[in-house]
Design a protein around this ligand. Structure first.
Ligand SMILES: *[C@@H]1O[C@H](CO)[C@@H](O)[C@H](O)[C@H]1NC(C)=O
Ligand SMILES: *[C@@H]1O[C@H](CO)[C@@H](O)[C@H](O)[C@H]1NC(C)=O
Ligand SMILES: *[C@@H]1O[C@H](CO)[C@@H](O)[C@H](O)[C@H]1NC(C)=O
Ligand SMILES: *[C@@H]1O[C@H](CO)[C@@H](O)[C@H](O)[C@H]1NC(C)=O
Ligand SMILES: *[C@@H]1O[C@H](CO)[C@@H](O)[C@H](O)[C@H]1NC(C)=O
Ligand SMILES: *[C@@H]1O[C@H](CO)[C@@H](O)[C@H](O)[C@H]1NC(C)=O
Ligand SMILES: *[C@@H]1O[C@H](CO)[C@@H](O)[C@H](O)[C@H]1NC(C)=O
Ligand SMILES: *[C@@H]1O[C@H](CO)[C@@H](O)[C@H](O)[C@H]1NC(C)=O
Length: 538
């Protein structure tokens, strides 16, 4: 299983509104993919990382069959296990293979060792004479070395260069060689316009690395976790923003220097990376590949409150939609959508550490899903994911009073049809606040055409891709919805209700005690924009 370390994930100094970042460019990913020999169209894609600290891991051949069944065609491995690669060769998948951190020293100090590694690990699965010329899509040398194994930093670039040279000697320079970096090397990521690389790494390591990557058309690999930005922000980062959930425009994060609006933390992290690159005077736009991102589905109740199945489902589903369907790029680099690898395929139950460490997987080790991820329009990624339907339900994280108040609003001023949750009606059971509120929220959300902000409910609502319908209770927006159950009156759009909701949200946000200073600074940045606008328009 290699020496993977995720220490870098939680070590960054996040400031302000807590955006971290990462970057990604897909015009260059395009080159990367086509240069890498047959990836096809060069469209942004979603892959999955495969860690192996799993009890009774599927055999290599079962794993290959499983990937085929789930239509997963891009994977990242943390080593280059020949048994697994042999099996994958028949699955049609393409794999990033890894050099574990504990092999860096040997490879970085001896070009001959690097060359032997390529002969043993890569050549059998690549090149004109192998049966799977496209199997290996890239080589990831080490993982988060600046934080996980800083002592190996001096040999990291030499290792990359030796491996690239060995590949070139074998006519395989089309396989890019890079190293996944932790986002924590980017400091002051929010607002993104102020980001910069850690100065103690910039000249000695990052600049030469970027020069080599540019020379070899290899991407900058980054592990990017909005989840950790949220966790480290002491409640200041809106959880919705971290999960790509729409916020009302008035609540969007705005970078006061660029006036760019950020609808999600992921894009802000990427833009911070772009800014940091620009501050190094890196002229060529280096393509970025997100080699890890994800969300845990379970964690310590007290310490890791955002680790829940609903949140993991929401983040990963929205991520897939963002990358594969919407592919907007970032506010600074519109259209340049980075490809991503979801961390991770299986729950690694053998991983030590916080409870969440063992709960990042989409599937249990035996291949049963941890939660049903419905990835819209993702070219069949994850097999049966077919729906782009989303629903609005009561959030796990909101307290019951807030849920009740929001339901009262939805069924009252919001004019949702709440007949179905009255006694004797189809959605009365189960008779509890959250179930009833979910129906009311979804009714409102669907009636608003799922408009941005219409599932906010002062933080009590959350978007899900899992159809919440049950028994005889069919939620609006469900494909189970038929003539027979259609309710009328769901068609109320009025600017008054939106305004009412908006101002309530402002009250709630500004009323949060904890981290008030940070919120205040954020609000100031918003106000700068508002004031700037009024200067412009009046
Ligand atoms: C590939 O196979 C052919 C025929 O077996 C052989 O002539 C050629 O030398 C091989 N090329 C490489 C690079 O191994
Ligand atoms: C590499 O490719 C060149 C030309 O395409 C060819 O002449 C040479 O023999 C190849 N080398 C190997 C090791 O396959
Ligand atoms: C910058 O990098 C150095 C060397 O890796 C590290 O010791 C330091 O803590 C980092 N600074 C910040 C603010 O993260
Ligand atoms: C990249 O290429 C340029 C020009 O050929 C060269 O000067 C530079 O040293 C190369 N960078 C690295 C890290 O090899
Ligand atoms: C980038 O270029 C600017 C203007 O030429 C210069 O002032 C600055 O020091 C350069 N930054 C780096 C990191 O080289
Ligand atoms: C996807 O559908 C196939 C065929 O209908 C089924 O065998 C498989 O178990 C399904 N996979 C999941 C994850 O539901
Ligand atoms: C709606 O009902 C009509 C008449 O009962 C039927 O012909 C039609 O197929 C139904 N539509 C749907 C979407 O079920
Ligand atoms: C809602 O109202 C709009 C505009 O009046 C109309 O176009 C739409 O068809 C209505 N939708 C439903 C479900 O009645």
């Amino acid at each position: 299983m290699g020496s993977r370390s995720r220490g870098g994930r939680s070590s960054s100094g996040l400031l302000l509104l807590s955006l971290h970042l990462l970057l990604g460019l897909h015009s260059s990913l395009r080159c990367f993919v086509s240069a890498a020999g047959g990836g096809g169209s060069g469209e942004p894609y979603v892959g999955v990382t495969i860690g192996t600290a799993v009890t009774n891991l599927l055999s290599p051949s079962d794993l290959a069959a499983f990937l085929r069944a789930q239509r997963i065609t891009r994977v990242r491995l943390y080593d280059a296990d020949p048994r697994l690669l042999s099996a994958l060769a028949s699955s049609g998948a393409r794999a990033i293979v890894g050099v574990p951190n504990d092999e860096l020293l040997a490879l970085g100090s001896s070009p001959a060792t690097a060359s032997a590694w390529v002969s043993r690990r890569v050549l059998p699965f690549a090149g004109a004479n192998s049966s799977s010329p496209g199997l290996i899509s890239a080589i990831a040398v080490g993982d988060e070395v600046p934080t996980a194994l800083p002592s190996a930093l001096p040999v990291l670039l030499p290792a990359i260069q030796s491996l690239a040279a060995a590949l070139a000697a074998a006519n395989l320079s089309s396989i890019p060689v890079s190293t996944p970096l932790p986002f924590s090397i980017v400091l002051d990521p929010f607002p993104p316009s102020q980001a910069y690389f850690n100065q103690s790494l910039a000249k000695s390591f990052i600049l030469p690395l970027l020069s080599h990557l540019a020379n070899t058309s290899a991407p900058l690999m980054l592990n990017l976790y909005p989840y950790y930005s949220l966790m480290q922000s002491s409640g200041v980062v809106p959880v919705d923003n971290a999960m790509f959930k729409p916020l009302p425009p008035s609540l969007e994060m705005v970078d006061p220097n660029t006036l760019l609006h950020y609808t999600n933390v992921f894009d802000a992290m990427l833009d911070a990376v772009y800014v940091a690159l620009k501050n190094l005077n890196v002229s060529a736009p280096v393509p970025v590949l997100v080699t890890e991102t994800g969300w845990p589905s379970y964690g310590d109740r007290k310490e890791e409150p955002y680790a829940s199945r609903d949140n993991a489902n929401t983040y990963n589903s929205n991520l897939i939609k963002h990358v594969v369907t919407d592919k907007p790029g970032t506010p600074m680099r519109p259209g340049a959508q980075a490809s991503v690898y979801i961390y991770e395929l299986f729950n690694e139950d053998l991983r030590p550490g916080p409870v969440s460490e063992a709960n990042w997987g989409l599937f249990h080790g035996n291949g049963t899903p941890v939660y049903l991820l419905h990835a819209s329009g993702a070219d069949g990624f994850l097999g049966n994911a077919t729906t782009d339907r989303t629903f609005c339900i009561a959030s796990d994280d909101a307290d019951e009073k807030a849920v009740q108040a929001a339901m009262d609003w939805a069924c009252g001023p919001g004019r949702s049809d709440c007949t179905a949750i009255q006694p004797g009606e189809g959605c009365y059971q189960p008779n509890d606040v959250r179930s009833h509120a979910s129906f009311a929220f979804d009714t409102y959300y669907q009636s608003q055409g799922k408009a941005g902000g219409s599932c906010y409910f002062q933080g009590a609502g959350m978007v899900t891709t899992t159809d919440p319908s049950h028994d005889s209770c069919i939620f609006p927006g469900s494909k189970l919805y038929s003539n027979a159950t259609k309710s009328d009156g769901a068609n109320t759009t009025s600017s008054q209700t939106s305004d009412a909701e908006g101002s309530a949200i402002w009250r709630l946000r500004t009323g949060r005690g904890e981290g008030f200073l940070l919120v205040f600074r954020f609000l100031l940045s918003v106000m700068v924009v508002i004031m700037t606008n009024s200067n412009l328009w009046t």
